[in-house]
Write a protein that binds this ligand. Structure first.
Ligand code: ADP
Length: 657
């Protein structure tokens, strides 16, 4: 019989690919699932962290939002201050001097602007020129300026109406100036026109005459330094800064302010000059209606307006001021997280990423508050910490899956191996049993069929039957031992054993057979072998299997030697034959289960490849080792080394001895 060597290792077994595929599926499918869940979880975590941080920031923004709303409510209330009792110009001045607006326009109940007025309104042409007026005008036009000046002076002296008088004085000063009499002209402009009763007089366009006269005097003085100039500058400056009665028309005031500043740059700036200019620009732009419930754009770039509750005051705000005011409000707030908060005008987009924004509401209905953390990576950092934990857990789960899969694969592989072993064993057993049984039946049939019994022949046949019987018994013994080994149930019954007895039993069982087949069998056992802690039956099986092999695999030179001797801390059992030997290529494989060297070199039908694996198993169970020295065609020596005092047995042994 010949069995091809079994290869049971997964890697080398072609049939192990289903296990590998299963392993891959078992690992890959859950891994993909875990990765998918992890990516979802990380995404959600990022959102959650972002949401959490956004909530903190939003709470901060809400505090600021309330401040801004309160601030603007208060500002709206302040627009109505002094409403019924003050004149329009006084209300204008008051609002501007309050410093909370860039400019205002004060309206009447009918919706007409009262201050500043869009353009100077005339106070009527007054009386039509009388005879002396016409004469004086002719004289002036014909170049007789001194005469004209005297005629105007006479008109002024005789005038009962202050307006007439003031106009005549202004004309007199003009003629004197043209005539080169500058000092006289200045005197008229400052002294004559400086009288209190002329304070309210206005020209035909409604412009007040006195302040214009004062400016003219200053212009005349500019070319000739005069000690009275400073006083005049101061007087005119105060007049222009005065919003009481008689009210200077806004256009005239703006003009005079500009001129005075040009003539006397050393004079202080007017607190209301910019506001006057802004209001004029606003009125000239034909602005849309303002609202008292919302700050609205005016149509002019970066200019916003807000009406008071009663609609009589419209405040103008430049965007720059709004933002500055906001910065001030913001600086009063302490932020728990460092962040930059911006006030965004309608239509403006916040800059940068990770911005939390909130509508300001209230009067700044369409404005937005936008918060940008100073540390832009804050959102990412917070989320990353959690994501690292997810990664860790995910990796551990995948690792666990892989380990479990390997475990499952090993179990499946082992199960497959056992199944295959069982099948092989079954095939081997049936085949091996068939041969001795068939030959025994043949011998018995021959004996039964013979008419007359020849004693010598009967003896010979019975000898052959006994031989087959021995072989059968050894086979069955080996199968049983193998089966127990496979199930790990080969429990050794260890006790103190005298090796002489073991060798005696083995020799008794084979010597007759060896002699019958013409073998020379020498037994060399040292007399003082130490006792062993071992399973006696197991050791007999070892010796018998080795002797059996030596017998089976000997051809021409039939000499077997069994030796037993002590060496160091071991006892050695050596079986030497002069048989067919082994090549070094196969010597390493003969201890594998079911391994058999090419049967053409050994005797056919002589075993099933289990003997040496059983020997190795029993020797290993005793803590010993087995090795083989062999040369092809020259014989082999199998040496078993058994430790005299196996580790950990000292105590046990001492109780038994
Ligand atoms: P088997 O039942 O075939 O003898 P074993 O496990 O006892 O199984 O031996 C395995 C193989 O080792 C044998 O088939 C044989 O070829 C080889 N072998 C064992 N003992 C010897 C020996 N003494 N001399 C030569 N070959 C041997």
């Amino acid at each position: 019989m010949r069995l091809s060597p079994l290869r049971l290792q997964a890697g080398r077994d072609g049939r192990s690919w289903p296990v590998v595929a299963l392993l891959l599926v078992v690992v890959l499918v859950p891994t993909v699932g875990v990765l998918w869940f992890m990516s979802q979880a990380m995404h959600n975590e990022q959102l959650a962290v972002r949401q959490k941080l956004s909530d903190v920031y939003r709470a901060q923004l809400q505090t600021l939002q309330r401040d801004v709303q309160d601030h603007w409510r208060q500002r709206l209330a302040e627009l109505s201050i002094g409403a019924p009792e003050l004149t329009a110009s006084a209300r204008f001045a008051q609002q501007i001097r309050g410093g909370l607006v860039d400019s205002v326009v004060v309206y009447g109940r009918d919706g007409e602007p009262l201050y500043p007025t869009p353009s100077a309104r005339g106070q009527g042409a007054g009386q039509s020129p009388s005879g002396p007026w016409l004469r004086a005008q002719r004289q002036e036009h014909s170049g007789r300026l001194s005469t004209a000046a005297s005629t105007y002076a006479a008109i002024a002296d005789g005038a009962t109406d202050p307006r007439q008088r003031a106009r005549a004085l202004r004309a007199q000063a003009r003629c004197l100036d043209k005539a080169g009499e500058r000092q006289a002209a200045i005197a008229v402009l400052t002294h004559e026109l400086g009288r209190p009763e002329l304070r309210s007089t206005a020209d035909v366009q409604g412009r007040l005459i006195v302040p214009s006269a004062q400016l003219r005097a200053l212009q005349l003085l500019a070319s000739a330094p005069d000690p009275t100039r400073d006083g005049l500058v101061e007087t005119l400056w105060s007049r222009l800064d005065d919003y009481g009665e008689p009210v200077l028309p806004a256009a005239q005031r703006r003009f005079l302010m500009g001129e005075l500043r040009a003539l006397a740059p050393e004079a202080p700036t007017f607190p209301t000059q910019a506001a006057e200019a802004l209001a004029a620009r606003y009125l000239a732009s034909d602005p849309p209606s303002p609202s008292s419930t919302s700050l609205l754009p005016t149509g002019l770039p970066d200019l916003w307006h807000l009406a008071s509750d009663d609609g009589t005051v419209v405040a103008l705000f430049e965007q720059r001021r709004l933002l500055q005011d906001f910065e001030l409000l913001k600086s009063r707030q302490t932020l728990s997280l460092s962040a930059d908060i911006e006030l965004l005008a309608p239509g403006t987009e916040p800059r940068g990423q990770f911005v939390v924004s909130l509508p300001v509401g209230g009067l700044l209905r369409d404005w937005q508050l936008a918060l940008r953390p100073d540390d832009a990576s804050l959102f990412a950092t917070a989320a990353n910490q959690r994501i690292h934990v997810y990664w860790l857990i995910g990796s551990l789960v995948i690792l666990l899956i892989a380990l479990l899969a390997i475990l499952v694969a090993k179990t499946v592989q082992r199960q497959l191996k056992l199944t295959r072993l069982k099948n092989d064993l079954l095939a081997t057993v049936s085949h091996e049993l068939k041969t001795p049984l068939a030959s025994m039946r043949l011998l018995v049939d021959t004996l039964l069929g013979a008419g007359k019994y020849d004693e010598e022949r009967v003896r010979e046949y019975l000898g052959l039957i006994a031989k087959e019987n021995v072989r059968l018994t050894r086979l069955v013994d080996n199968f049983l031992t193998f089966s127990r080994m496979e199930q790990n149930r080969h429990s050794l019954d260890k006790r103190q054993v005298d090796l002489h007895e073991v060798i005696g039993d083995a020799v008794d069982s084979v010597s007759e057979r060896f002699e019958a087949t013409g073998f020379r069998f020498d037994v060399e056992v040292d007399a003082d072998l130490p006792p062993l802690w071992a399973d006696a039956d197991g050791l007999v099986t070892v010796v018998l299997n080795l002797l059996d092999n030596a017998h089976k695999y000997s051809a021409d030179e039939q000499h077997i030697v069994l030796r037993a001797y002590a060496e160091n801390d071991s006892v050695c059992l050596a079986v030497e034959d002069s048989g067919i030997g082994l090549s070094s290529r196969v010597a390493g494989k003969i201890f594998d289960r079911f391994y058999q060297v090419d049967q053409s070199l050994s005797r056919p039908g002589s075993g099933c490849g289990l003997g040496l694996s059983i020997v190795e198993f029993i020797v290993a169970a005793h803590g010993g080792s087995i090795d083989v020295e062999s040369r092809l065609g020259e014989g082999s020596t199998f040496t078993v080394r058994l430790p005299v005092e196996p580790e950990g047995r000292r105590g046990e042994r001492s109780t038994l001895t």
